[in-house]
Design a protein around this ligand. Structure first.
Ligand SMILES: *Cc1c(COP(=O)(O)O)cnc(C)c1O
Length: 419
């Protein structure tokens, strides 16, 4: 077979020359051309919510493709975009009144950062400093890498990344350190915005903190007039048990970024939600105050139709009770892990469960991750451990039987990789 010209994301081709070709997917399962079925334990990189191929989303895409495929979004609009924007305003925490569309989680965060800086410039009090949490992940573009934690992921680009104020992660029992650091940084008066992933830091290692801590970080920012950006790219659309993770802390962020689950995982789309105040700061008779951002495919009608169908599913189907069922099944499986000496730090929020392989060398590049991944795939389970952190983030249609199978496979491979 000739070598493929495709360069894959987050892949060391020198160690992984062969990619597994997937031909179909349905519900929580992927299928190869020759009929091998693989459980999608990472929701195809955290995007699939209800399951692959939800009929309402598939139909919406098909119908929209035949009607209006794409139109410039400056000076024009279309019903799918209007429907998504109305739906997001209705479903989001109060006060988020305007929706800016883009194409990926990274761009939704870039837009958020630019909105925050634009707000301060346009109200005549320029502020440009950004605060972010230790272990944060906000995307892979230069701006979002700057906000994210520094490490092996971005070492080559470090000289180009801008400086951000780093706030310690609010580890259980050490929250006060976080609050103090945030308070001190905000007091300087030059901070445009604080950005964080509400309740769980995903790529940073599935690190969970509680809703009261999120609420307190929000209170501190509000006290100092610092814009609060919730990066809900991973958490929105039910992953943590509620539609938005921010709901659990009863906070209304100034800006919320959504992407992964907005179309149910079917097609790329992202949105940055913001308050009236941020929109108003850009709205005037002066063209130099407009929001200077666009992407060619801003609010692509087919993607918006998929998102509108997703919002419809949220309104008309018992999505939260499916999420609850997955969360309970995860809890039951995790209870066994918690008593197993081979694992440690079992934790869960909503549909996401995570734990560490005890005694494994840690860090993203730890060999154990690749070895675990391969052995699990041999058992038809797709998981993608972050170093020694094993996590399971299934679509909401996953059954208790599916999850029992996943945990049984983990138990088997944990024996092998420790030998
Ligand atoms: C995945 C992710 C992003 C980046 O989204 P992309 O669509 O991959 O660009 C940003 N923030 C968080 C919290 C994420 O999980």
């Amino acid at each position: 077979m000739s070598r493929s010209p495709v360069w894959h994301p987050f892949t060391q081709h020198g160690l992984e020359p062969n990619m597994l070709a997937i031909a179909r997917a349905d519900g929580a399962w992927l299928e190869t051309a020759d009929g091998r079925r693989i459980f999608d334990g990472v929701s195809s990189w955290w995007v699939i919510t209800h399951g692959h191929g939800h009929p309402k989303i598939v139909r919406a895409i098909q119908e929209q493709a035949g009607k209006l495929d794409q139109v410039i979004f400056a000076g024009f609009t279309h019903e799918p975009a209007e429907a998504v924007a109305r739906g997001l305003v209705e479903l989001a925490p109060p006060g988020l009144a305007h929706i800016f569309f883009s194409d990926s989680g990274s761009t939704s965060v870039e837009v958020a950062l630019k909105m925050a800086l634009g707000y301060w410039k346009n109200i005549g009090k320029p502020r440009t400093r950004i605060l972010a949490l230790e272990h944060a992940y906000h995307g892979d573009t230069i701006g979002t890498m700057s906000a994210g934690a520094r490490g092996v992921f971005n070492a080559a680009y470090e000289p180009l990344l801008f400086d951000v104020g780093r706030i310690p992660f609010p580890a259980a029992g050490a929250e006060q350190t976080t609050f103090d650091a945030l308070e001190r940084a905000c007091r300087a008066g030059d901070v445009a915005a604080f950005i964080c992933e509400p309740l769980i830091l995903g790529a940073g290692g599935m690190l969970i903190y509680d809703a009261e801590t999120l609420a307190e970080m929000h209170r501190i920012c509000k006290r100092h007039d610092v814009l609060f950006i919730a990066d809900e790219v991973m958490t929105a659309f039910g992953r943590t048990g509620t539609l938005f993770a921010s709901e659990q802390a009863k906070i209304a962020p100034d800006i919320i970024c959504v992407a992964k689950g907005i179309t149910g995982g079917s097609i790329p789309l992202a949105a940055t939600l913001c308050t009236e105040a941020i929109f108003d700061a850009h709205c005037s008779q002066d063209r130099s105050r407009m929001f200077f951002h666009s992407s060619s495919y801003t609010a692509n009608p087919i993607a918006c139709a998929a998102a509108a169908a997703n919002l419809d599913i949220w309104r008309s189907e018992p999505v939260l009770s499916r999420i609850d069922a997955v969360s309970k099944a995860q809890a039951a499986c995790l209870a066994q892990i918690a008593n197993d000496p081979r694992f440690e730090k079992a934790r869960q929020i909503g549909t996401i469960a995570a734990f560490e392989l005890r005694g494994a060398s840690t860090g993203y590049l730890a060999d154990v991750a690749l070895s675990l991944r391969r052995k699990l795939l041999d058992r038809n389970v797709l998981l993608r451990p972050l170093g020694a952190t094993i996590y399971i983030m299934p679509p909401y249609c996953a059954t208790a039987d599916d999850l029992n199978g996943v945990y049984a496979a983990i138990s088997e491979v944990a024996v092998e990789v420790r030998r």
